[in-house]
Every structure is written in C-alpha cells, then in structure tokens.
Design a protein around this ligand. Structure first.
Ligand code: SF4
Length: 220
C-alpha cells in the first residue's frame, strides 16, 4: 500500500468511518448490477449473443474475431463504466493476476508493436505472488495502460462495482469478495475464440517483458 493509500485509509478512520463491511459491499454491488442490467441496450445483448454463437462456424480469422470481441467489450464498458468505481489512473487491478492466452498475446503484440518473450510455464501464477510491487509490464509510469486500445479481455471486463475505490486501497483485494458484472455470452465468445488455436495461457507478465527505458540502455 502506498503512502497516499495509507493516508486516505487513515483519514476515513480518523473521521469515524470504519472500513466498509463485506455485507455493505455486497448490497452496493447488487444495486449497481441491477442498474447495469436495467440500462443495457437490448440490441447490444442480442449482438453479443449472436456473435458468441457464431464463433465456431465464423470464417473470420482469429485476429478479426478478437477485434470484433474487443469492440463489443468497448460497448459494454460504455454501460458498465457508468456504474463502476474504476477511474483512469487507478491501476490497482494492473498489479494482480492478469491471465491471458497465447493468441491474445500475439494479437496485442501485432497491434501495439510490443515484443513477446517465450513463455515457459503453462498456467496462471499463484494468487499470493501478487502485490502492489508486481505491476503489469504493460503499465506506464503514470498509472495508465500502454496498450489500452488493445488491452486483454481480462482487463476489459474487470470492474469494481463498489461505490468508490475503497476496496482497491486494500492490497491484494482480488483475494476478497468484490462486486463485479459478468455477461456470460461475452465469456463464451472469448473461450470459443481461444479454443480455436490457443495452446497455452499464462500471466500477461510472462508474455510481455518489462519495457527497457532509454536510461537502462545508456547504463548497459
Ligand atoms: S494490460 Fe493494461 S490494463 Fe491490463 S493489467 Fe496490464 S497495464 Fe493494466
């Protein structure tokens, strides 16, 4: 936890506002989930379902299918983002587990020019290996994603539906309950695309090495 995060947490305690209870978080999350469901355009839900069902027989390339899926997640983000605590520059979820598949990593590399490295282990990293000291290698120093337009599916569907970023101030909040929104046909579409060609999945950090800064090159 950074000094600023500790400061904000302590302010709440000093002002007589104890950490939010788990029950309260669940209630807020349910309220926001209902708001999202109520405001979802029916046309968007229909298009996501149609797309998901079409993937197994779709003649488009894997690259095109990932592009189509990402466009749909952008539309979902328009709706969900209005009811989430997530804000630009808050990068807590960029420090925790970010599982992706090989063909998605290749898509991101092709569309951003970021180099890939050979992945040696198949599977996610242990959940307790993450902390605020383990940023994603694609995270910029200003707390924004350096590949935002092509960011992985996992990052696109990850929202904190709490009232504010209180949960994000807790280290490793992915080990605790947090309210989220899941649209099953989106996940089905992702899985169907990955099943076409994917051979392994790992953490995003396993696919993309840290960016070498000009300072590092000068010092070598
Ligand atoms: S890919 Fe981008 S959004 Fe996803 S964890 Fe990394 S920096 Fe964050």
């Amino acid at each position: 936890m950074t000094i600023i995060q500790k400061f904000v947490k302590n302010i709440r305690v000093w002002m007589g506002k104890p950490p939010r209870s788990e029950q309260r978080i669940i209630i807020i999350g349910r309220e926001n989930q209902k708001r999202i469901i109520d405001s979802f355009p029916s046309d968007l839900v229909r298009r996501i379902k149609n797309f998901s069902q079409s993937v197994p027989r779709n003649k488009a390339s894997t690259d095109e299918l990932i592009g189509m899926l990402y466009k749909l997640t952008d539309e979902v983000q328009e709706v969900v983002g209005k009811h989430a605590a997530c804000r630009k520059g808050c990068s807590h979820c960029c420090h925790i587990s970010v599982p992706i598949c090989d063909i998605e990593a290749e898509f991101i590399a092709r569309h951003t020019g970021r180099g890939l490295r050979k992945v040696r282990s198949n599977g996610p990293r242990p959940i307790d290996s993450f902390s605020m000291e383990t940023p994603c290698n694609l995270l910029d120093t200003d707390g924004t994603c350096s590949v935002y337009k092509s960011r992985p599916f996992t990052c696109r569907i990850y929202h904190n539906l709490d009232a504010d970023n209180w949960l994000c101030l807790e280290p490793n909040w992915n080990t605790k309950h947090r309210p989220m929104y899941g649209l099953q046909p989106l996940h089905d579409a992702y899985n169907a695309i990955m099943e076409r060609k994917s051979k392994l999945h790992a953490d995003v950090r396993d696919f993309f090495p840290p960016k070498v800064s000009s300072n590092d090159i000068t010092q070598q």
